[in-house]
Design a protein around this ligand. Sequence first.
Ligand SMILES: Cc1cc2nc3c(=O)[nH]c(=O)nc-3n(C[C@H](O)[C@H](O)[C@H](O)COP(=O)(O)O)c2cc1C
Ligand SMILES: [Mn+2]
Length: 493
Amino acid sequence: MRPAAVVSDARVNDKKTAAIASLREFLRISESRGEVQVVAGADPDREMGALYELSLEQLYPPVLLFKDMKGCAPGCRVIMNVRTSPLMVGELNLDAVRAYRACRDKRKAEPIPPREVASGPVMENVMEGDHVDMTRFPQPVWHEDDGGVYLGTECVVIMKDPDSDWINVGTYRTQVHDRRTLTVFTEPGKHGDVIRRKYWERGEACPVVVCFGQAPVLGSVARVGYGQCISELAIAGGQIGRAIEVIKGSKTGLPIPADAEIAVEGLMVSPDVETRPEGPFGEWPGYYASGRRDEPATRVTAVYHRNDPILIGQPPVRPTLPGRQTHIAGAAAIWDALEGAGVPGVTGVWKLSAGGTRFINVVAIRQMHAGHAKMAGLVATGAAPAAFLGRMTIVVDDDIDITSMAEVVWAMATRWDPKTQTDIIDGCWSGYLDPVLPPEKRAAGDTTNSRIIIYAVRPWHWKDQFPKVNAVSREYAEEVRARWRDRLKFLDD
Ligand SMILES: Cc1cc2nc3c(=O)[nH]c(=O)nc-3n(C[C@H](O)[C@H](O)[C@H](O)COP(=O)(O)O)c2cc1C
Ligand SMILES: [Mn+2]
C-alpha cells in the first residue's frame, strides 16, 4: 500500500499532528482512511507476532488492530504498525529527512514542558497493593523462541534524575514475570541506566513509570538518543504544539501521561536485591543475541488503565523486511549533530535499512578541503544519535544518491581504497543486542565494539584527476527524452 498522502498537504499535516498527539485519534483517522485491518480471535501466543511479521512484507504495512484475542478479557485491544502506518509515513526519501529537520528546527526553539493535571482517562481503572495484576492484560509471546511475555515493546519508561529536575523518557523492552514483577531491559549507558545506578549507589530503589500504550509522539521521542538532561516530554510537547498532560503518580511522584492506555508505577530494585532472568527475545538486528541474563526486578506498586485499553505492540523483526523502513528521525538527528559540530558541506544523511536503523550510516558531503571527509566521518560515528550500536559509517561525495543501496555500494566499489581510506576505531558503545559481541566480552560486561569509517570519496588531493563518471548528463538525457518520448514508450515516466 502506498501512502495516500504526501507531506506537503496541509490538511494531512493537521491530521497527522492530531494523530501523533493521541492514540485514539490516530486510530479514528486511520480507520476513516481505510488503513486499519481488524483481526479478531488471534492467539497472543506467537500467532499475533507471526501475523505482524507477515504484514511487514509490505513497505507500508496496514495498521493491525487485534481484538477478542484468545484467552484475553473482552475489550482489550492490541494495535501494531502505528509509526510505520500510511498515515504517519510519507515518502521515504531525503526530502523527508530535510522536512523532518526543518520542522524540528522551527520547534526546537520551543520545547513545551509537560503540564500537570489532576486526573485523566488513564485513571479510569486503578489497581493498587494486592490488586496489582499484570497478567490481566494480553500476554503476548511475539516470537517462537522468546523466553516470556513482553507487554512492553514500544513502551515508554519514565524516570527522574535524583540530582536534578531532568525527567527522562526512553523505550526499553519490558517483560512480565508475574502479577507484580517486571524487568525493564536497559542497555548499559542508556539514560535509564545512568539514572537507575544513581539511586542504587545511594542504597535506594529507582522509581519508574512504564506506559504500554500512549500517544504516538511519546514513542517517537523515546527512541531517539537525545543528549543527557534533555526532556523528551518537552520535545514531544513541542512536536504537537501543546503541553503533554501528565498526572503526578501517587507512589513515585513521576509524571504519568494522562491519556495513556495502560501505565504502571513501580520501583526498580538494585540487582543486589532481586533479579529475574530476562529474555531471550527476538531482536531488531535479526537475532536472539542478548540471550538470557539476570536483570533487576521492577516491583509494580500501582496499575492504571483506560476502559478497553489499547496495548501498542511493536516487537522487533529482522531488518531485511521491507516494512522495517528506514529511520527518518534518526538520520535527521545525525545530520543535526554534524551541523551542530560545525561540519560544513553536508548534503545528506541516510541509514541503509538492511543495517536495521543503526548499523550502517551514510553521509554525503560536498568536499571543501583536505581532511573534510574525515571530519564528517568521525563526527557521524561518535555523535550521540549514532554512537550506540553502530558498525559502519560511509562517507560519499554529493553526486551519490545515498538512498540507493546500489549507488552507495558503487561508491565503495570505485572510490574507496581500503588501505588508505579507512579508519577502524575500537572500544565504541555497543550492547548485548550486538550479534558479534563475543561470549567472553558478554561475560565480562564489556559491551563495546569496533567501527569502520569508509571514506568512499574521490581522494581530495587528486580529485581533479579522478576518472570522470560514465553517465549521460541529466540535462542532455532530459533533452533527448523530450525529443523521443512520443515515439518511444520506454521513455514515458
Ligand atoms: C521499539 C523499540 C524498542 C527498544 N528496546 C530497547 C531495549 O529493550 N533496551 C534498550 O536499551 N533500548 C531499546 N530501544 C532503544 C532506545 O529506546 C533508544 O536508545 C533511546 O534513545 C533510549 O532513550 P535514552 O536515550 O533516553 O536512554 C528500543 C527502541 C525502540 C524503538
Ligand atoms: Mn534521554
